[in-house]
Ligand binder design. Structure first.
Ligand code: IPT
Length: 952
């Protein structure tokens, strides 16, 4: 059968052996990117192969852009994307694939450029095709290959013509290889990375391996370039000019992610000059730790899938650079290329800007987990050649990148002989890097003990080396290759993980899951997620769990992560004017940073100045004295803010970019006082109390001065976050379900009494869900002093509450509100376990800008620690401080929405003033909020003081 290659265990036929990737050489290259003709058929055998013959008339075929995924072009005419996490979207019967196997026949013609040399050979290179391709040039079949995110080359020199070359590529969406590519992402067929024709001059370089180590004791680097074709290796800055295969040692500056020193060099063979960028570094496992250049690393990483909301996994260089810049600017120092080798140019950027990389092989067989790992390809020798091919294609392509310090065998593939074979091959080829694979708890083939989504308590156990386990594992360092699932609002609990990483040397950090939401731009829905293209089997918005929104705007999670992992710690005692600065870099001293202090009264900066900090080495700290403020200020809340900023432009951020900060409180704000000056008076169905009017029958607030207020009452409900909806594997607790079961989304407010006291209007209620015997006895006590109206709310649980509370506070409706000002934490949202990045100060925003656009609408946008806020003509002071949320729709509408486009502004601005909120946690995949962040139903009392604003 001619289509047998599709369901073949083997990786393909006819391709060249894999070799090192490099961006350019003096040899000619012709990009074959651009407009191609495309015909998509529903099955692999719907059309014969005549399209590959020269002279075939394809003028009526559609045009698509290569590189690209055909399902993201043509508005659905070529099929649609589909998303599944773990489950295969086809019957599991390896290596067989469905008859319905969308097949894209791609065609283009090309001429050789005038200056294309007549001598030498040529190579046709594909950097990535999903999932299986058969290739013809000028009617001659070149071969077939699988392995979507890996390069494949064919020798084509003998087939080339000066003009009218016909390149035909048949791409099948499904192949045996699909069983090895069950990553949690969209299934997106197509030629999604570059196609290039490379001239190979006589005497051109073949494969080459740059070995560049660094001895931190002597300060010397040793370089040896092994090359298939002999030649010379030159590094002018080091005066190096040696033959390939010859080692040379010289004093060098080492490469690290913090100080990424690269030496420009070249490999010159008889026919070609290949540029080299050499970073000297030595990766070792010593003393049970991952060390580079003798220093143990703390990885502050992210898992990066390649994603663009319009082009899917086709990324241009600028998008890749944007990712790297965003990572560097947010203090991220490491990337796991989940779960396949990225576009090779991304690794060049990691070398250049400085990021530690775990390069992961294009391998995941997660769906076999659904059947107890029966028939798992990684434990079946028939698949081993394909696994080895994948390992080799990754290692050979990427081996010359200093940024790559660890190879990863793949993700979620269970255990088996095939993995061991990969590990053995990799170790044989490259002994200078470490090996990672998370799926084997025995760490049989790895140098790093790795887990995903372990709880804080488990991580602490491992840090303390109390976790036992097999002997080999006990001697290994630990990383969380995935943690802090950044789906929707969150992740919560980052700071608590970081404290553990910093406390136990065995814990060498982790990689947040994941970098970017894989939302697909959609004309009606804004961004689409699983199910939005009519997939029968899908996993909804689980594909949107990134620190960046699809348009690469940082989410609050990334802002929080930046603060949590900042490489300089600034803390101290504000009252005492002492600040302690600690350099938490692994390699860099503090010479790149300038420090400045500022002094704030009630959130307003009134004095600033430079702080001179010694050039601390990694790990060192210094205690410094802040200057005495020039004026004595008070009464008011006072604090110091100390910031560390870049002194000069760097490759990744301009001078002045803030790297770290700390705030040191001095004196707290006196709480607002209200000494009653008037009492409630009832007349004509209205109770008047100072500036306020209430409904005499219900006690409901109607207005404060000229500001109409509606619906003010106790509120416990929030639109569940993705983390609320999740199941905490560790405790078996899920929040949103039990909250709904308990009826918290449909509370009833029974009015018990409206009492007019001498200076207090008291409204007593009982707040409880239908069908439940538990409730909250809730009392609203109103008093006023002149124009200032105080509301004191007290709640007392009545009966056994089976669940924690989503929130505890009041909600109220304002007829209009736009601008918002507040003194409190900001500028971004903050929840109890995601509040590290919010700083105390004066902030301004608008109701619209307070919303965080999580792709699936959910609770968002709370501003924490609010002392006072002004909006909609009111000033609201908290006693104590509160959380503020304001939106143009109700919580119920937010809860019901599935996409942002479902939310439409109503006439009322709904404001929540929360005394407390339940934590966020990361139970969408992992642990829920730690006990200290849970909001239990307990007796509580809190107050607000409302004043009408007259001039705004
Ligand atoms: C883990 C996967 O490795 C990752 O690809 C992603 O699916 C993540 O979960 C959740 O978004 S696997 C899971 C069983 C922990």
């Amino acid at each position: 059968m001619t289509n047998a290659y599709i369901e073949d265990f083997s990786p393909g036929h006819g391709t060249l052996a894999p070799r090192a990737w490099h961006p350019a050489s003096n040899a000619k290259a012709l990009s074959l990117n651009g407009s191609w003709r495309l015909r998509v058929s529903p099955t692999a055998d719907a059309e014969d192969e005549s399209f590959a013959e020269p002279g075939f008339e394809a003028g009526h075929w559609a045009e698509v852009t290569v590189p690209g995924h055909w399902v993201l072009q043509g508005d659905g005419a070529f099929g649609r994307p589909a998303y599944t996490n773990v489950r295969y979207p086809f019957p599991v019967d390896p290596p067989r694939v469905p008859t319905e196997n969308p097949t894209g026949d791609h065609l283009r013609t090309f001429d050789l450029p005038e200056e294309w040399p007549a001598d030498g050979g040529a190579v046709l290179r594909f950097d990535g095709v999903e999932s299986c391709a058969r290739v013809w040039l000028n009617g001659t079949g070149l071969g077939e290959f699988q392995g979507s995110r890996l390069p494949h080359e064919f020798a084509v020199g003998h087939l080339l013509k000066r003009t009218g070359n016909v390149l035909a590529v048949r791409v099948h969406q499904w192949s045996a290889g699909s069983y090895l590519e069950d990553q949690d992402q969209w299934w997106l067929p197509g030629i999604f990375r570059e196609v290039t024709l490379l001239h190979r001059p006589p005497g051109s370089a073949g494969d080459f391996f740059v070995h560049a180590s660094y001895d931190h004791r002597s300060g010397e680097g040793t370089l040896r370039v092994d090359s298939e074709v002999d030649g010379r290796v030159r590094v002018p800055a080091l005066g190096i000019d040696v033959a390939t295969g010859e080692a040379v040692t010289a004093p060098v500056r080492p490469w690290s992610a913090e100080l990424p020193v690269l030496y420009e060099g070249e490999l010159a063979t008889a026919g070609e000059r290949v540029p080299l960028r050499i970073g000297f570094r030595t990766v070792e496992l010593t003393d049970g730790l991952i060390k580079v250049n003798g220093t143990a690393l703390l990885l502050k990483g992210v898992n990066r899938h390649e994603w663009h909301p319009e082009t899917g996994r086709t990324l241009d260089l600028e998008t890749m650079r944007q990712d790297v810049l965003l990572m560097k600017r947010h203090n991220v120092n490491a990337v796991r290329t989940s779960h396949y080798p990225p576009h090779p140019a991304f690794l060049d950027l990691c070398d250049e800007y400085g990021l530690w990389v775990i390069d992961e092989c294009d391998l995941e067989t997660h769906g076999f987990g659904e059947q107890g790992w029966r028939d798992n390809p990684v434990d079946d020798d028939r698949w081993t050649p394909a696994l080895l091919d994948r390992a080799a294609r990754m290692v050979e392509r990427d081996k010359n990148h200093p940024s790559v310090i660890i190879w990863s065998l793949g993700n979620e593939a269970g255990t088996g002989r095939g993995l061991t074979a990969m590990a053995e091959w990799i170790r044989g080829r490259d002994s200078a890097r470490l090996l990672h694979y998370e799926g084997d708890p025995n760490c049989r083939d790895t140098d790093v003990y790795s887990q995903m989504y372990a709880s804080h308590a488990q991580v602490e156990q491992i840090g303390r080396r109390l976790d036992g386990g097999p002997r080999r594992r006990r001697e290994l360092p630990f990383i969380l290759c995935e943690y802090a699932h950044a789906m929707g609002n969150g992740p919560g609990g980052l700071a608590d993980y970081q404290r553990l990483f910093e406390s136990y040397e065995r814990l060498q950090g982790g990689f947040v899951w994941e970098w970017i939401d894989h939302g697909i731009r959609h004309p009606e829905l804004g961004y689409a997620y699983g199910g939005d293209f009519g997939e029968e089997l899908h996993d909804g918005n689980f594909v949107c769990d990134g620190l960046l929104f699809p348009d690469r705007q940082p989410s609050p999670g990334l802002i929080e992560y930046k603060k949590v992992i900042e490489p300089v710690r600034i803390e101290g005692d504000g009252a005492d004017r002492t600040v302690r600065v600690t350099n938490r870099h692994d390699f860099a001293d503090l010479s790149a940073l300038a420090f400045e202090w500022s002094y704030q009264v009630d959130g307003e900066t009134i004095e600033t100045g430079p702080l001179s900090v010694p050039v601390l080495l990694p790990g060192e700290s210094a205690e410094l004295k802040l200057p005495a403020p020039e004026r004595v200020h008070g009464p008011g809340e006072t604090q110091w803010t100390v910031r560390a900023v870049l002194t000069a432009d760097t490759a990744w951020a301009p001078a002045g970019h803030e790297v770290a900060w700390g705030q040191l409180p001095v004196a707290a704000l006196p709480l607002p006082l209200v000494r009653p000056t008037a009492g409630p008076v009832a007349a004509d169905g209205v109770i008047a109390l100072g500036p306020a009017a209430f409904d005499a029958r219900t006690g409901a607030l109607r207005s404060i001065g000229a500001v109409a207020v509606s619906g003010l009452r106790l509120d416990l409900w929030r639109a569940p976050t993705d983390n609320d909806e999740g199941l905490d594997w560790h405790t078996g607790i899920r929040h949103a379900g039990p909250w709904r079961d308990a009826g918290l989304h449909r509370l009833r407010h029974r009015l018990d009494s409206v009492e007019l006291g001498e200076d207090t209007l008291t409204v007593r209620t009982r707040v409880a869900p239908a069908a439940a015997e538990f409730g909250l006895a809730t009392e609203y006590r109103w008093t006023c002093e002149g124009e200032r109206l105080r509301l004191a709310v007290s709640v007392r649980p009545d009966g056994e509450w089976p669940v924690p509370l989503p929130r505890l506070g009041v909600r109220l409706g304002l007829a209009s509100a736009d601008a918002v000002r507040w003194f409190g934490a900001g500028p971004g949202e903050a929840y109890p376990d995601s509040s590290t990045a919010a700083r105390l100060g004066r902030h301004e925003s608008t109701v619209d800008a307070l919303q965080t656009p999580y792709l699936r609408p959910q609770e968002n946008g709370a501003r924490a620690g609010v002392r006072w806020a002004e909006l909609g003509g009111l000033r609201i002071e908290g006693d104590p401080e509160f959380s503020l949320t304001a939106r143009r729709w109700t919580t119920e509408q937010l809860d019901a929405a599935t996409h942002l486009t479902d939310l439409t502004a109503g006439d009322t601005v709904w404001v929540n003033l929360d005394h407390a909120l339940h934590g966020i946690g990361t139970a969408s995949c992992g642990p829920g909020p730690l006990p200290q962040y849970q909001l239990l139903a307990e007796a509580a009392e809190f107050s607000f003081v409302f004043t009408e604003l007259h001039n705004s």
